[in-house]
Design a protein around this ligand. Sequence first.
Ligand SMILES: [Zn+2]
Length: 252
Amino acid sequence: MVQLTFQLARRFQLLFAMTIASSSGLNGASSPTANNGRVPSASSVRPDRSKSHGLMPPTTDESDQEAMQDAVRTLLISVGEDPDREGLLKTPKRVAEAMRFLTSGYHQSLEDLVNGAIFDEGHNEMVLVRDINAFSLCEHHMLPFMGKVHVAYIPDQKVVGLSKLARIVEMYSRRLQVQERLTRQIAEAVQSILDPQGVAVVMEASHMCMVMRGVQKPGSWTVTSAMLGVFQEDSKTREEFLSLIRHQPAFT
Ligand SMILES: [Zn+2]
């Protein structure tokens, strides 16, 4: 089983590299597991996921695409399927393309995404965008987790185009994630582009790794939050935010 895992890991290359590197608990190139030749050089340096800019090099390379397709073929064989039967012939290619899309957030940067859409409005009241749909992959099982994200901030003069908040959620969602880190990265991103008085992010999500397997608890969901600045320091501000996200809008 260990052997199989390693074979798959080699084949999944970039996709699995992050998980392997992180299991060592050490940083980047100083990690023996991340640097012993099992992991391709492009990903041997562990992305710093504690920062909001955990960018990885692009995997547009054709050999990466082929490696991913080979990995999917291996998976199909390992589960007892025949990858050469008609219905599965194009599956490796489709899965590789889907994975590329679902992890495309690795190749985006906050700067490019915001692209100057920051305005000096002198507005200092809470801005809240609720119910942003988010779809991500958990890094432990590479299974989807999905739900809603609520993002609020209290500006210090500067505001950002509202759609950019949803784009930030999307960028960090399209990476292998754990919900706690995703929530924090969204908050830190807003903090870093606007330097506001405070940021609050709450995510409510359902994890397919819980719902479909393991403890099999359909209907269970997980709530995570990240509070920065005044949302952390002032309980009244935090309460106002929490009551706003509980409130049901009249128009739905
Ligand atoms: Zn999981």
